[in-house]
Structures are given as structure tokens and as C-alpha cells.
Design a protein around this ligand. Structure first.
Ligand code: GAR
Length: 214
């Protein structure tokens, strides 16, 4: 890896995690967000990138376009930036296996649940409906199976009896903003890697609940 880890962030919306990663990179001289790509031209994250003078691209799905054609265009847009790490930050598209395999071990995602619980959408409401007392967020390497790659780091929050999905989401978001920049930092310092479908920090296998689950 070159001296500074070149990070490309993929977004679809607000981009609060993008902001946390940008802010984290300001304090981490070994990583730099060199590009932000959105599938949604109205994503507020694009405005955040402009404020930080980071280059942006939009890759908007064409009517009737296949996933593989879209992902080929996405890959070309990403490759312009010659990235070392791809950070999915609320990028709300399912990626093809070819795309995922291209970036295997170099692409991470943040998901708003304590994986393997609540893969997919509406995780906060589902956690409330399931009467969970604990919920949270997970950062994981991306592998072809949706939301199933090896977990690197999780953050837990309590679920209170009178929580709404919005209240719980806000609590989880705050934790996401703490853990995502940390994982980017570990990767950029070459402390984190994936081998044979498992995540390692400083050469030590990370358990299923992420680093230091307690
Ligand atoms: C975050 O909560 C992230 O965990 C979630 O989207 C939100 C994006 O917020 N990602 C997924 O649900 C992916 N399956 P942000 O745009 O403010 O960072």
C-alpha cells in the first residue's frame, strides 16, 4: 500500500458516516478520502464531500439496466481513483458477486445491527419488534453473501421499552460514527486484513462479534 491509503466512499443518502470517515482521515495522515461516489444525485453526502473539496461522481442506474452492467460502470468510476479501500457508507444497492470479489479484502460496510442479527432493511424497527434489549452497528468486510462478511467491530446500544425506531436509529448512528473511522484507521495502518473469509487484527483472528466484544 502506498504511504497514504486511498479511500473511496460509496453513498446513497445523508452521508453522516462519510462525514465521520472524512473527519477521521483528517486526524489520520495514513488515509485520505480521494473520491465519493453516489447512486443518487440528490444525496446530501455529495454536499459534504464538496465542502471538504473531495472529488465526487454519480453513477445513476439506467432504466432496465442489469446489475452487472451497473456494477461494471460503478467499478470503472471507482478505478479512476486508484483506491486501496472501498468504504460502503449507506450505499443502498445490492452488489454483484463479480464486483464484490474484485474488491475482496479491500471493501468494508457498516450495517445498523449486531450482525448476524437483522440483515437487510428496517433493522431498528425489527429489533424493537423482536423485544431485543441490545442493538447496535457492525463494521464488516464485504463478501458475496449480503451482510454476512466477517465482522471487524461492533458497537452496542441499549433498547428502551418506549423507544421508537427513530430514537433507536439516532443512538445507533452515534456509535457508527465512532467505530467506522477506527476501522478505516486500522486498515490504513495495515493492521487489519481478511484472509480465507476471516478478519484479522494485528495477525490475530477477530471473533464473530468483532474485536473486543465487551
Ligand atoms: C447507516 O445507518 C448505515 O448503517 C446504513 O445506512 C445508514 C446511512 O446513514 N446502512 C445500511 O443499512 C446498509 N445495509 P448515513 O448516510 O447518514 O451514513
Amino acid at each position: 500500500m502506498p504511504q497514504s491509503c486511498r479511500v473511496v466512499v460509496l453513498i446513497s443518502g445523508n452521508g453522516s458516516n462519510l462525514q465521520a470517515v472524512i473527519d477521521g482521515c483528517d486526524d489520520n495522515l495514513q488515509a485520505e478520502v480521494v473520491g465519493v461516489i453516489s447512486n443518487n444525485p440528490d444525496a446530501y453526502g455529495l454536499v459534504r464531500a464538496h465542502h471538504s473539496e473531495i472529488d465526487t461522481s454519480c453513477v445513476i442506474a439506467r432504466p432496465g439496466e442489469s446489475r452487472s452492467d451497473y456494477d461494471a460502470r460503478l467499478l470503472a468510476a471507482i478505478e479512476q481513483y486508484q483506491p486501496d479501500l472501498i468504504v460502503l457508507a449507506g450505499f443502498m444497492r445490492i452488489l454483484t458477486n463479480d464486483f464484490v470479489n474484485h474488491y475482496l479484502g479491500r471493501m468494508i460496510n457498516i450495517h445498523p445491527s449486531l450482525l448476524p442479527k437483522f440483515t437487510g432493511l428496517n433493522t431498528h424497527q425489527r429489533a424493537i419488534d423482536a423485544k431485543e434489549t441490545e442493538h447496535g452497528a457492525s463494521v464488516h468486510f464485504v463478501t458475496p453473501e449480503l451482510d454476512a462478511g466477517p465482522v471487524v467491530l461492533q458497537a452496542k446500544v441499549p433498547v428502551y421499552e418506549d423507544d421508537t425506531a427513530e430514537m433507536l436509529a439516532a443512538r445507533v448512528h452515534e456509535q457508527e460514527h465512532a467505530i467506522y473511522p477506527l476501522v478505516v484507521k486500522w486498515f490504513s495502518h495495515q493492521r487489519l486484513n481478511m484472509q480465507d473469509g476471516q478478519a484479522y487484527l494485528d495477525g490475530t483472528l477477530i471473533g464473530p462479534s468483532g474485536y473486543a466484544p465487551d
